[in-house]
Design a protein around this ligand. Sequence first.
Ligand SMILES: Cc1cc2nc3c(=O)[nH]c(=O)nc-3n(C[C@H](O)[C@H](O)[C@H](O)COP(=O)(O)O)c2cc1C
Length: 170
Amino acid sequence: MAVDPVELRHAMANLAGSVNVVCCRAYDQDHAMTATAVASVSLDPPLVLFCVAHTSRFWEAVSATDQWTISILADTGRPDAEWLATKGRPLERQLDRVEHQRTEQGIAVLSESLTWLECRTFSQTTAGDHDIVVGEVDRAVVNAGEQPLVYWRARYTSLSEPGSVSAGNQ
Ligand SMILES: Cc1cc2nc3c(=O)[nH]c(=O)nc-3n(C[C@H](O)[C@H](O)[C@H](O)COP(=O)(O)O)c2cc1C
């Protein structure tokens, strides 16, 4: 018998992860979502993945395009992560309060990041209540940030100040 979902969430809260923001453009507007379910997959070809819940608006948006970015946040990007994880925030102008640049394709990448990746969808597979979206990386840019933003036990923290944690919102 499968584990209870609440137990699984509690157990998996011990999986410390870097905090990322995935962005795309669809239906003539920006879409962006905070995501910890991000992984490096392959070097040849260069592939990465993220997982997106079917309940998120980002799922619909990324399903309507084949281009997207991942910004791996620096610890200075916590306000951006909190905002882009806020359920029900207005989509229109949601990036106005987020410092960002645009790729040649016009997709946002966050300034408070260590690295950003420009990706094209390689495959998209349903896995339970999420999709696993695998992307071929066209460009990887190492940015100015120094320390990663980390999420662990439902709290944001940083490697530079491992003792300083405060309540998260997932
Ligand atoms: C730290 C953190 C990590 C998250 N990681 C993911 C993730 O990997 N995949 C996902 O679908 N949602 C994740 N979420 C939830 C989304 O960020 C949240 O549901 C967001 O509001 C979705 O935005 P949208 O409805 O505009 O797409 C995470 C939330 C937090 C706080």
